[in-house]
Unconditional design. Sequence first.
Lengths: 339, 544
Amino acid sequence: MAAETDNKPEANVEQPTALTRRDAMLQLLRVGGAAAGVTAAGVWLSEQSFRPVPAKAEQARRDHRMANDPNLPHLVVVQNGEPRQLVQRALEDLGGIKRFIGRQDVVVIKPNIAWDRTPEQAANTNPEVVAEVVRQCWQAGAKRVIVTDCSCNEPRRCFQRSGIQAAARAEGAEVILPDPEQYREVEMGGVALKTWPVFIPFLEADKIINLPIAKHHGLTGVTLSMKNWYGILGGQRNRLHQQIHQSLADLASFMLPTVTLLDGYRILLRNGPTGGNLEDVAMKKTMVAGTDPVALDAYVAKAWWNLDPEHLPYLAMAAARGLGTVDYDKLPVKFSKLG
Amino acid sequence: MAGSRLPKLRRVSQIFFLIVFTALLVFTSLRPSPGGSGDIHLRAPVRLFFEWDPLVAIANALAGHALYRGLLWSLLILLPTMFLGRFFCGWICPMGTLQHFVGNMPSESKRGKQRIESNRYKRWQTLKYVVLIAGLVAAFFGSMAIGWLDPFSLLVRSVGLAILPAFNFAVRAVLTPLEHSHITAIKVTGETLHSILQATVLDFRQTHFAQGLVLGILFIVILAASLKTTRLWCRSICPLGALLGAASRFSILGLHKDLEKCNNCNRCLLNCQGGDDPIGTAPWHKAECLMCMNCVGACPDHSLTFKFFRNEKEVSSPNIGRRKAITGLAAGAAIVPLMRANTGLGKGRHDRLLRPPGSLDESDFLSRCIRCGECMKVCPNNSLHPTLDEAGLAGLWTPTLVPRIGYCEPSCVLCSEVCPTGAIWQISPREKGWVSGAATTQPVRLGTAFYDRGRCLPWAEATECIVCEEWCPVSPKAIYVEEAQVIDSAGITRTLKQPRIDPSRCVGCGACEFACPLQERPAVYVTSIGESRSPSAQILLNRK
């Protein structure tokens, strides 16, 4: 203000007069009020100063298991069918989808959508398998059916080229791509895995259906149902290989699915888990499903890769934690052959 | 009174093309599409503006002795300009529109007389012709340095690599707290806004680009210059404007000044965009006029109109003079050897200069790449970044793959689809050859991976890992493992798998480097040796 009047002196400037007492008091009150406000804000803020700590992780094991029914098999193997038939028969043999999914359930389906590969290359779960499971969940009266995974390759490419996005949407599922803002820190309480960010849809589900695909893997020899739980994690998960068996057992005891349907329509025999070469793929036309993930993994490893449980120490670890049994032949297993 | 409606019409056209340009730029990204599992292509014609750009076309033709792909479309702009003048600059060019907009903002340094004076023709407006000549000569000698200044290159590079990522960041910074709110109404509002923005302007992921700040500030400075002098950049530097100005020499449409009616009120100068002297007291500078029609609308005496086949005194050719033309020629001839003198394209090449898949050999690449940043904008993994010194001075802001930030997706060829000049020649996923059953041809290789055994966990620290092997996308894998006995710090012998590279299979995608847990300096890294585009930079005598 002062500078402006200096620059432009005007002809008839009013003579300055002293402030009235009233104006002076008001001015003092204004300044005093502002000063008091600044002081109060400063004191309050200085009391708010804490060293930043990460948000408290929630402690919640996700146990979605159903009670075992003595009349029903724990493990079913369906052979020689097309993807949708395999799913239908496997669920039927396990007691029907209604045994697992109730009305108003929020169901999260976890296929393997890790790689930018087509269905023929067998690096991701078969899209028809996913679509059929979605359809059955709706039939059982689910409130929401969500299909999601935390991909390794670029998610947009993985979801599209796996064919799962289109197939699941066609059946009316919500297909959710991983979003870096949508993870929550969880205390997993494992031996190797302590606090990890988990993709929120997996935490908020009522029921979880695991839909892995059977593939060769360089480090463990084979990747089956438990390795599929890598895809619920965010963070720097490339460290998990350092204690892979411990990590797998930790993941399996954190996330206990309602039911597991392992896609063996096509399997990847070599150069897994990415593959890419059609010569690495075998048509197996099989589905192995069950409520005991340990038995399921042990069976598939032996039946298709001739790997004994000793080769896969995570199976014994998981069994020791009461997650299942490696002795699948002592369980009620049902084999069926279609076509 | 038809004349006075023209500025309004022009404004509509400018806004329309600005929206089209912005939309195409925003859609220069991989977006979820309803399609099945086939190859992924971009659906929007995102190269459109480059294909309309006669400067890119002529420089491309000078450098490559041919016109790449859609560049023939640039005739759509060039031919009408020869008949009608620089309507493109005033009616279409989004870079011009943005400066026009900023130039119209109230500004202390453009008041009254200053404003009128600043819009009179100035000698320095001829600088752009020198820039144009230098750029075209440089193109002829094999450097597309003109891309630093081409308006579309400048715009895509600045907006795509700096302004849009910053916008994205700001929007997310506002939305994320809303979405995590405990109050349902706020949460739902945030989520709804997010999904709407996600479907329109937001990118799927937050991108970051090397030198984003520099590119953004340069752009803002160019726009802000319009506050001082309207369209300073268009008038003095823009080589496309210069080219169109030169092309309009024999145009049949021009400004008719009815000198009897003119009373020299100067109103035509108030909003003149080109600085071409529409005033009655000076000759009209044809090559400078952007056909914005502001003078026609402003003249109170209706003494200004645009007419065909007039016969009036005017300055029709770019008023440049022999000395400046020679300066331009000399600068263009000198710039290429000068810029290359300090790098050398042979053994002096930077080891981490990884060009996108489909790129031509380095000298051909530099003679085509206009540094527009389209490839960097479209890359779904944010892998491509503008170089600083990796490609030498001549290659400033050309693309390089930074695997630590993002690797090259095995079946993605989007960068080669958007490249307007063929520096990255268009290839199909099949030609890329990284994922296929029986590849009949050699795959495109970007380089070769190597291990730093002093950092690699199984080699140096007796720890199991081989994430690199898991990620290796080729089949059979280029990373193979060997079981080895190692002794850990407790003296216990452990058996674990140590990774090695087979250079005959490695394509240099960088997935291993990206996936390595030693993030800040990965224990496996890709260097450019063995890249298929350089016959002179190979390791193996025979590569399978």
